[in-house]
Design a binder for this molecule. Structure first.
Ligand SMILES: Cc1cc2nc3c(=O)[nH]c(=O)nc-3n(C[C@H](O)[C@H](O)[C@H](O)COP(=O)(O)O)c2cc1C
Length: 244
């Protein structure tokens, strides 16, 4: 087995008991990292919080019909559907004594995850890259540009495939490393998996399909989202589109 594989395996099987002796930033009482990314723009778009037009399915139906979907119809996603998908996938439910509780479990409620979206074809909202402001259920515009579609497709290694939207699961590592030190990166990966699974199941409710994407160009995606790629970077992406 080559060293590259050996080291990669080692990184995802850390000894939990090392944490008993390691002086984490938390034990050292250092300042805690900010809980949320602050949107740079003043223009925030309120998403819907009620979903009158969405015909619910049972959990069994959603799980039963889920398949990776790589071909999408030309139908637009509605603003309500976009709102619904983000609401169920990754919203903050509540904050208790500084701990953040979301629709997905997060390691020790440290919530290292942030969500960004590329809106491609959604009624009532301009195409662009947006930050999902998870504690306010709003979108903050990052960038609108004519060549965005091409750049997103390149960053996804040509896997945009007529999707209505793309969801990017990014992680701010210091938030989870503050408490869990070197185990943090593994925990962040697991958390991104939870989020993508929620996305896959809620997309079934709106007759849409998701394709999880791990094969993306790391630098290009991080640049697209205007995140630094060092302590904040993308871990997982997913295209979402109406089923044919
Ligand atoms: C971690 C992970 C990464 C994936 N990355 C990609 C990807 O980059 N491109 C792609 O087309 N499918 C990707 N997939 C989808 C898998 O190919 C798909 O789940 C698999 O073929 C099984 O099909 P199913 O999802 O319909 O059960 C990924 C799935 C997982 C779980």
């Amino acid at each position: 087995m080559n060293d590259l594989i050996k080291n990669a395996r080692k990184a995802i099987k850390p000894n939990w008991t090392d944490l008993y002796t390691i002086k984490t930033d938390r034990k050292l009482k250092k300042d805690e990292p900010q809980a949320f990314i602050q949107p740079k723009t003043g223009q925030l778009i309120d998403l819907k919080k009620t979903f009158e037009n969405i015909n619910q399915k049972t959990l069994s139906e959603a799980i039963g019909s889920r398949r990776s979907t790589r071909e999408y119809s030309d139908q637009n996603l509605s603003f309500e559907e976009l709102s619904y998908v983000l609401w169920e996938t990754c919203r903050v439910d509540h904050i208790d004594q500084g701990r953040v509780y979301k629709t997905i479990p997060t390691a020790g409620a440290t919530n290292s995850g942030e969500t960004y979206v590329y809106i491609h074809r959604v009624e009532g909202i301009d195409s662009g890259i947006y930050l999902y402001v998870q504690n306010q259920h709003q979108l903050a515009l990052i960038e609108k540009a004519d060549d965005l579609e091409n750049r997103v497709n390149e960053a996804l290694l040509k896997q945009l495939r007529n999707a209505n939207m793309v969801v990017f699961f990014t992680h701010v590592l210091p938030r989870v490393e503050y408490k869990y030190a070197h185990i943090g990166p593994k925990l962040a990966c697991l958390e991104a998996g939870h989020a993508c699974q929620n996305l896959s199941l809620v997309s079934e409710v709106i007759d849409s399909g998701v394709c999880a994407i791990a094969a993306y160009h790391q630098e290009k995606v991080d640049q697209l989202l205007q995140i630094n790629g060092e302590d904040h970077f993308t871990l997982y992406c997913a295209t979402l589109g109406k089923k044919k």
